[in-house]
Design a binder for this molecule. Structure first.
Ligand code: NI
Length: 170
């Protein structure tokens, strides 16, 4: 099932999501639906609050279907280690058509649970490191625009308000 993507302005995006304790068929279905919704929206990462579900699960595929082995499901993820620095363009499916330069760590290690509840650690570099940070922050109710200057953020918010008034942001 493809869920519509929740856009900036919806409080669910800025609310810390709930820890997942049930590792059942329903969670597996949610992860499948999240991949489907992410691909349909042409994204490489999606967190459950972005489909209106305030639970600590995110999916990532920085290869966008090219490598099935690159598909990553993160349940209750925590950032364990950050190293180095990268600066690059970043966007978010909940803020369509906006992109900003964001500085991030270049190598990131995350500890998370899989769909059966087993804990694992994964380390990513470059785009994957960026996605691990971006999606984990979503589950904390934090958006990437918290990493840009207040001035740039205000300009973006003003543009979004304009789109909302025109009925072009829902
Ligand atoms: Ni996002």
């Amino acid at each position: 099932m493809i869920y519509p993507i929740v856009k900036y302005g919806d409080p669910v995006l800025e609310t810390p999501a709930e820890t997942i304790t049930e590792f059942d068929g329903e969670l597996k279905k949610l992860a499948e639906d999240m991949f489907e919704s992410m691909y349909a929206a042409h994204g490489v990462g999606l967190a459950a609050p972005q489909i209106g579900i305030s639970k600590r699960i995110a999916v990532i595929d920085v290869t966008f279907k090219e490598d099935p082995g690159a598909k990553l499901v993160l349940v209750n993820p925590e950032i364990m280690k950050k190293q180095g620095k990268q600066s690059g363009s970043e966007g978010c499916l909940s803020l369509p058509d906006f992109r900003e330069t964001v500085s991030r760590a270049n190598v990131v290690t995350v500890r998370a649970q899989g769909l059966t509840g087993e804990w694992f650690e994964t380390t990513g570099e470059g785009l994957l490191a960026r996605a691990l940070l971006h999606e984990t922050e979503h589950l904390q109710g934090r958006l990437y625009i918290s990493h840009i200057s207040a001035l740039k953020r205000d300009i973006m918010k003003r543009k979004i308000k304009k789109l909302m008034r025109a009925g072009e942001w829902k």
